[in-house]
Design a protein. Structure first.
Length: 82
C-alpha cells in the first residue's frame, strides 16, 4: 500500500494488521511504525499491531482482540461513520 508493505489488509473494513517482532519496540523501528500508522490512518485505515510473541503464546487473546476490532469497524460502517 503506497510505499509500504502491510502484513495483512482487509480493504472492506479498512483494517491493516501488523505482526511485530521485538525490534519494533525500539528506535528507529518504533518511529517508522508510527509514521506508517499515520500514513495508513490518513487514508482511512485502522492499524492493529500484534506482537509475534502474543500470536505464539496467546492466540486466543489475539483472535478475541481481532474479533472485537472487526465488530467495532462493522458498527462504524453500518452507522455510516468513517
Amino acid at each position: 500500500m503506497g510505499r509500504y508493505i502491510a502484513d495483512f489488509v482487509c480493504h472492506d473494513l479498512r483494517l491493516v494488521i501488523e505482526l511485530d517482532g521485538g525490534h519494533h519496540g525500539e528506535a528507529p523501528h518504533a518511529t517508522a511504525d508510527a509514521e506508517r500508522d499515520a500514513w495508513f490512518g490518513s487514508r482511512g485505515y485502522r492499524v492493529l499491531r500484534v506482537w509475534n510473541n502474543e500470536v505464539m503464546g496467546n492466540l486466543d487473546g489475539v483472535l478475541t482482540r481481532l474479533i472485537e476490532t472487526i465488530a467495532v469497524l462493522r458498527t462504524h460502517d453500518a452507522d455510516g461513520d468513517d
